[in-house]
Structure formats: structure tokens, C-alpha cells
Design a protein around this ligand. Structure first.
Ligand code: 5GP
Ligand code: MN
Length: 344
């Protein structure tokens, strides 16, 4: 099966950039998810096999359910080690930007990344890439950046030498960006890739359990609470939303990542097409994180762009609002009115 994604020119350029470099910084988006971390760790593992010195830098904390992945102990958090991060960007020979399409997606790290002199390579599956780079590999049709990293390593001829420390994070990233291969994952290439990853001895069932069955009791009860008490369903508009306040987060001993995935649950309701969650920031007032999920061809990314200062994929998007929760709920209702007419 031909799974190559780089043109001959891109392949030659990437090989050259890698061979010309020693210290390589890999960075990914704020609130890193399984794909951001998985693709970064997988790419770092490949670069290490080439005798390079890769460093993964993330803007801030990432969820507990990813900490079991191999080599996470080497990841540098920019919010904790700003000076070290700035120095790494400044002195890197090459910077690889993974799983984001715009500098604003790496928050505080953006200035240091954009100012850095080193050539940049962007590998991403979001729409409209806008990161200045010498090489942009953009494939919005791919399930995940992890899938792209697999294909690139395959095309570079590096897969044979890879082991579990490559296969595990790549599988994890593909799995989390497709909701455990339940959406955006119908192309046969994905299952060819999985079959290849399995030859490295990964335990895919364990990876699933490590990610999805690894929550605290509080998180499960929070899920129940939100679905029972907080979910607002507008059946006539095939849409639903729920809110999560700081007070509720305290009550359920919320830790980062606890909200992950809950926004998908309302889509279990028959006929529902759009689900939105509104979550207060744990520190900043008037700062609300928005997650959107949709099914079929309903474009939640357009809703995110128009109403929530965000964007993303057709069926999974995000954004943020700078207002109170009451105001945010009004905006959600406006969005329902504006976008769900076509569904009636
Ligand atoms: P989540 O709901 O998990 O935070 O985000 C879902 C998807 O939307 C992710 O693939 C993420 O990359 C994208 N996304 C989240 N927030 C933003 C945003 O502010 N802007 C854009 N363009 N995409 C976002
Ligand atoms: Mn992704």
C-alpha cells in the first residue's frame, strides 16, 4: 500500500534539514492532547534513531492520562522552564511544529518560536496552516498528526529500525484523535498503519485502558453530574450543551484532563448532531474554554470560528470566550439558532 505523503522535493528537503541539524526542538499546542504528545514523542524517537538530539517542549500542563507514555519524563514544560525553553528555541538547529496550524495555538511560547532563527518544519492536520516554515506538510484529511508522522518516518525509510517507543505514542495519538477509531478513521490506510504498529509488539488494548479507563472516581462522578444536572438538550435543534464552573471543578477535585471527552457524550443521544461544552478557566475570570463536537457533515469548526474565537476540524473543534458563563450560554443559544436551521 502506498502511504507516502511527501513529494520528492519535500522528502529531499526534510532529509537535508535533518542531516544538517543536531539539536532539534519539537513543539506542540497548548493543552496538549494525545495526538500532540504522541506525534511529538514518536517524531523525537525517530530523530534519536538518526543520532540527533531532539527535545519536546509543550506550552503547559498536559493530562495525567498521557504521563504513562514512554519518554514523557524528558518533555519540557515552557510555563515552568521559560528560560530553558527560550534558550532551546534560540539555539536549536531545527524546529518542528507538530499538530498546530497557527502560532497563537502555542500561547506564551509563540514569540520565542517565531523569533527563532532555525528553519522550521510544520507537520499538521488542521485546516489553513499559517506557521512560517521552510517546509509545510499539511494534510487536513488525515486522522491525526501521529498518522502523518508514521507516514513520514515510513517514507524516510526509518520504520524498520523503530521499536515500541515509537509505535506506542503514534498509536496513542491516532487512537485519541479518532475517539478510539470511532470517527475520522474509515480510510484503509489507517488500518494498514495499525497493522504495522502492532508488529512492534504494542499492546493496543492496554493503551486504550491507560487512556480511557484511567480516571479518578471524582471524574466519573463529575461526568454523571454533568449529564444528569447540567446538560441542556434542544432536541428540535439537534443540539446540546453543558457548563462547568470553577466551583463545580473544586467540588469534584478537578485536575487537568478531567473534562476531556465528556463533550462527546451528548452525541450518544439519537438524532443529536452538535454538542458544546463551556468550561470556566481554573484561574482567570471571564475566560471560558469551549469544546465542540458534531457528527456527519455538520461543520462544528464553522460554529467555533464564528461564535467562539476558535476553529478546528469538521467534527471536533474548540475555542474560547472572554465573558461570564451567563453571557457564554447566550452565545451558545445564538449559535444553535444560526447553525441548526439546516438540520430541521
Ligand atoms: P478540544 O475540544 O479537544 O479542546 O479541541 C478539539 C479540536 O479543536 C482539536 O483538534 C483542536 O486542535 C481544535 N481546537 C481547539 N481549540 C482551538 C482553537 O482555539 N482554534 C483552532 N483553530 N482550533 C482549536
Ligand atoms: Mn491532532
Amino acid at each position: 500500500m502506498n502511504i507516502n505523503i511527501l513529494s520528492d522535493h519535500q522528502l529531499a528537503l526534510l532529509s537535508q534539514l535533518i542531516s544538517d541539524s543536531h539539536t532539534i526542538v519539537i513543539c506542540c499546542h497548548v493543552n496538549a492532547d494525545g495526538d500532540a504528545i504522541g506525534s511529538s514523542l514518536g517524531w523525537a524517537e525517530y530523530l534519536r534513531s538518526q543520532g540527533k538530539d531532539p527535545v519536546v517542549i509543550v506550552p503547559d500542563m498536559y493530562p495525567d492520562f498521557l504521563h504513562w507514555l514512554p519518554n514523557t519524563d524528558k518533555i519540557i514544560r515552557y510555563d515552568k522552564h521559560k528560560e530553558q525553553g527560550d534558550l532551546l528555541f534560540k539555539t536549536a538547529d531545527l524546529i518542528c511544529c507538530l499538530d498546530f496550524n497557527h502560532p497563537s495555538r502555542i500561547d506564551e511560547m509563540a514569540e520565542s518560536m517565531t523569533k527563532a532563527k532555525a528553519p522550521k518544519v510544520l507537520i499538521d492536520h488542521h485546516l489553513k496552516p499559517e506557521v512560517e516554515s521552510v517546509l509545510t506538510v499539511s494534510c487536513p484529511e488525515m486522522s491525526s498528526t501521529s498518522e502523518m508522522v508514521f507516514r513520514i518516518v515510513w517514507q524516510l525509510g526509518g520504520f524498520e529500525a523503530m521499536g515500541k517507543h515509537f509505535a506506542t505514542p503514534i498509536y496513542c495519538g491516532m487512537m485519541t484523535d479518532t475517539g478510539g477509531f470511532t470517527y475520522n478513521s474509515t480510510r484503509p490506510e489507517i488500518f494498514f498503519i495499525i497493522s504495522q504498529l502492532l508488529t512492534k509488539g504494542i499492546d493496543k488494548d492496554k493503551i486504550f485502558r491507560n487512556v480511557y479507563n484511567n480516571y479518578s472516581e471524582d471524574r466519573l462522578r463529575l461526568t454523571g453530574y454533568l449529564m444528569y444536572q447540567k446538560l441542556r438538550v434542544d432536541s428540535s435543534r439537534h443540539a446540546a450543551y453543558f457548563t462547568l464552573t470553577r466551583e463545580e471543578m473544586r467540588r469534584f477535585h478537578f485536575t487537568k484532563g478531567d473534562a476531556e471527552g465528556i463533550v462527546n457524550m451528548p452525541l450518544q443521544i439519537k438524532g443529536l448532531k452538535l454538542s458544546i461544552s463551556l468550561r470556566e478557566d481554573t484561574e482567570k475570570d471571564k475566560m471560558i474554554w469551549v469544546s465542540l463536537r458534531s457528527v456527519d457533515d455538520f461543520p462544528c469548526n464553522l460554529v467555533a470560528e464564528r461564535f467562539f474565537n476558535g476553529g478546528g476540524h469538521l467534527n471536533a473543534s474548540g475555542g474560547r470566550l472572554y465573558c461570564t458563563m451567563d453571557e457564554a450560554e447566550k452565545i451558545v443559544k445564538e449559535a444553535f439558532l444560526a447553525f441548526t436551521d439546516t438540520l430541521k
